[in-house]
Design a binder for this molecule. Structure first.
Ligand code: ADP
Ligand code: MG
Length: 251
């Protein structure tokens, strides 16, 4: 294991399979890194995050977080928060209660806890909306609630699986700004799955490129987006950019 990754997140020779589909991950991120996880649909990005969170168990290999082997720990015992594309909230609980779950799964909340929740709502632009139910919020607001919960949990590792994919471009930008501000404030190690090269270029320091169930390349964002960047990655974003009508200028 690379010494640089102690304190961060390491997938040490991880093997996993869904029947015929085999995946293999070997990658390390230093503590506090902000990494964009990119790659074609079905390449294994969600599986990578699920292994770190403990929602899937590897057949072999180790997952090390903050220098501790967490491979045998259930998700609740790992120092990790995860945000999905949607359905992050309990429909029958208020915004406040949904955020409060990040502090206490039984929702026995102290006055101090309530103050922390109010601060997180304020911080994520949800002040005054604490009593609402998720269905009384827009899609963007619901993702803000998920981020408010991440804030109160304050775990060292934050996993986000296409969290803003269902939002329009302006709202996505706004949410990325909020995410960047949270990262600057608390410095968790972040893995953000995104299909947008522009998002990765703008906010991530590193890129982890997944292809065919493996880490095809990992490095700094500057290395990735240079003309000398990993071939498979440039091919992938070339396709993505052509598909969205933006040509990549090659010299
Ligand atoms: P991505 O998030 O990059 O789109 P996934 O990690 O969801 O990819 O999936 C990786 C591979 O594993 C794909 O081939 C997918 O079909 C397969 N897979 C994912 N989840 C399951 C599952 N629950 N059962 C069987 N195969 C799965
Ligand atoms: Mg996925």
């Amino acid at each position: 294991m690379n010494v640089e990754t102690i304190g961060g997140v390491t997938l040490d020779d991880i093997s996993f399979s869904y029947g015929e589909t085999s995946l293999h991950f070997d990658v390390g991120l230093p503590r506090g890194a902000f990494a964009a996880v990119m790659g074609p649909s079905g390449s294994g990005k969600s599986t990578l995050l699920n292994l770190i969170a403990g929602f899937e168990t590897p057949a072999s290999g180790r997952i090390v977080i903050d220098g501790h082997d967490v491979t045998g720990l259930p998700p609740s015992a790992r120092p990790v928060s995860m945000v999905f594309q949607e359905n992050n909230l309990f429909a029958h609980l208020s915004v406040e209660a949904n955020v409060g779950l990040g502090l206490s799964p039984s929702l026995r909340l102290s006055a101090e806890n309530r103050a922390t929740i109010a601060q997180a709502l304020e911080r994520t632009g949800l002040a005054g909306k604490g009593k609402r139910l998720p269905r009384q919020l827009s899609g963007g607001e619901r993702q803000r609630v998920a981020l408010a919960r991440v804030l109160v949990r304050d775990r060292p590792v934050l996993l986000l699986d296409e969290p803003f994919a269902s939002l329009g471009p302006a709202l996505r930008e706004e949410m990325l700004d909020l995410l960047m501000a949270l990262h600057a404030e608390r410095r968790p190690t972040v893995l953000l799955v995104t299909h947008h090269p522009g998002d990765a270029e703008r906010i991530a320091e590193r890129v982890v490129f997944v292809e065919d169930g493996k880490i095809a390349a990992a490095g700094t964002t500057a290395e990735f987006f240079a003309d000398s960047g990993p071939e498979a990655f440039l091919r992938y974003i070339g396709q993505t950019r052509r598909a969205s009508g933006i040509a990549r200028k090659r010299t």
